[in-house]
Design a protein around this ligand. Sequence first.
Ligand code: PMP
Length: 326
Amino acid sequence: ISWTEGRGWHDAQLRPYAPLEVHPSNMILHYAQTIFEGLKAYRQPDGSVATFRPDANARRFQNSARRLAMPELPVETFVEACDLLVRQDADWVPGSGEESLYLRPFMIANENGLGVRPASEYLFIVIASPAGAYFPRGVKPVSVWLSEEYVRAAPGGMGAAKTGGNYAGSLAARAAAMEQGCDEVVWLDAVERRYVEEMGGMNLYFVYGEGSDARIVTPELTGTLLPGITRDSLLNIAQDMGFGTGEARISTDEWRTGNADGTLTEVFACGTAAVITPVGEVKSAHGQWLVGDGEPGPITKRLREALLAVQTGRAPDPHGWMHQLA
Ligand code: PMP
């Protein structure tokens, strides 16, 4: 779908996957005015297909658009475009279980010119790709590197938007994490480099205590981390299961000491791609520690199973999250 100043959104087309033609002076190549989303379509037990919370992705896409000085796409148009592609590609939605069809809606500037200003033309596109189970051999805890050298987002920056620049800026930290033998980066706040924000492409959760007394806490949305849709869904699911939940500032000191004295029992990350990934090991310039016993914790496993059961249609959907396609 195209957008032009004065004309708005127009010219929706369903086309075979093919290269895009851009001029070398296209503003997108230079000034990175680009936003995107990620969501999944799951096969349901009756053979139908449903997407998970596409309206939430559509609203986050609008927030990202505002931050990047881009035009907002109506929620219904975003959802309709995803529906159209999923219907077209219905045969590519895998049969069952954790496998899914991953959708990547995105918007880019599409104007030629070398001046720095918001473009006057844009393209909104949705592509799709089948996604296998993230952990085909069982859920494995990841090791994380606490990034004190690089920050992902500063107050007033673009941290709450899903835009390419955030990911470009994360790559050096990811390389540093790999050098330390870690799988992922954990970002800290830009001001004090003390408070935990999020992990690579996922939000984080901290579990205090055990069993039905457990309290499940996630870093609060300070404007410098992405408001994950999985994060929000798990806050609801944890409450439905009777757990105490909270959104708070969590420092790396608290993480280390809570882990050492046993009050902090499990840590996991969550996002569309992997649903839930346990964190098993933490490393920083000041030391390292293990979380749990190298296996996913019981509450991590229960929450993962509960969310996947809703997504794959094996459990009731009390919040109306599944968007059924005929
Ligand atoms: N943080 C970042 C930086 C991400 O890229 C993602 C993936 N979209 C998330 C968190 C998790 O968000 P969601 O649950 O909506 O996938």
